[in-house]
Design a protein around this ligand. Structure first.
Ligand code: SAH
Ligand code: DHB
Ligand code: MG
Length: 225
């Protein structure tokens, strides 16, 4: 059996997905609503959603911060991992995305666990800090990639020792290796990765992933001091 790599990755992702991340009616409904609203299909894949879910359980997260809500697909996976009383704050620039996510979360019975803040994350983050929010147990950074270095700084300000920080889309079909790229997303991601690797408060790693969504990756760190 000779297949091109993408169809091979897709076949394996399907197989793992059916085992570990099967969709129920609520996840299906969210995907359907996002498609009907023509949201960009840039949510995490089912297995990546399950990965965030298991990570939330591994860290026994009660307070989660998400930067980049879109239709709330990743939010559903994480919210489902929270114990009673657990909460997610999710930041979203586009009011329309927030409305669609709210409907998806309501339908999934999770709206009470999620606080949505509409606006540019670089305004919401200082507001959260000023309100005394946090420290968060798990922080998922998945918004505009050019601001990833600043999001990392704010994540650290909203962290304690043991907080886990995950950054999505750090491989971007491999384009991240272009050190000379002038693209804002690549530059932002590369600066963020460099800061994570060198930061005295972080123990960090990055992993590339292949699957339904092609080649991409996560960077992950734990706050060690
Ligand atoms: N986490 C989601 C996908 C998020 S896509 C999931 O996996 O299901 C990225 C989202 O970040 C988009 O909805 C986009 O509108 C939002 N975004 C982009 N720039 C932003 C900013 N400056 N502040 C807050 N949100 C932003
Ligand atoms: C893009 C953003 C994402 O968060 C993602 O998971 C995939 C793609 C994008 O902006 O293209
Ligand atoms: Mg993403």
């Amino acid at each position: 059996m000779k297949k091109d790599s993408q169809s091979l990755w897709t076949a394996v992702d399907r197989y793992f997905g059916e085992l570990f991340a099967p969709h129920d009616a609520k996840l299906d409904a969210a995907v359907k609503a996002n498609r009907a609203a023509r949201l960009p299909a840039i949510d995490v894949s089912p297995l990546q959603g399950k990965f965030l879910h298991v990570l939330a359980q591994m860290t026994q997260a009660k307070r989660v911060l998400e930067i980049g809500l879109l239709g709330g697909y990743s939010t559903i996976w994480m919210a489902r991992a929270l114990p009673r009383g657990g909460r997610i704050v999710s930041l979203e620039f586009e009011p329309r995305h927030a409305e669609i996510a709210r409907a998806n979360l309501r339908r999934a019975g999770l709206l009470r666990r999620v606080e949505i803040r509409v606006g540019p994350a670089l305004q919401s983050l200082p507001q959260l800090k000023a309100e005394g929010a946090g420290p968060f147990d798990l922080i998922f950074i998945d918004a505009d990639k050019e601001n990833n270095p600043q999001y990392l700084d704010w994540a650290l300000k909203l962290s304690r020792r043991g907080t886990v920080i995950v950054v999505d889309n750090v491989a971007r079909h491999g384009t991240v290796v272009d050190a000379k790229s002038t693209a804002g997303d690549i530059r932002g991601t590369r600066r963020c990765l460099k800061a994570m690797a060198a930061h005295p408060r972080l123990s960090a790693v990055a992993l590339q992933t292949v699957g339904l969504k092609g080649l991409d990756g996560f960077a992950m760190a734990v706050v060690v001091r």
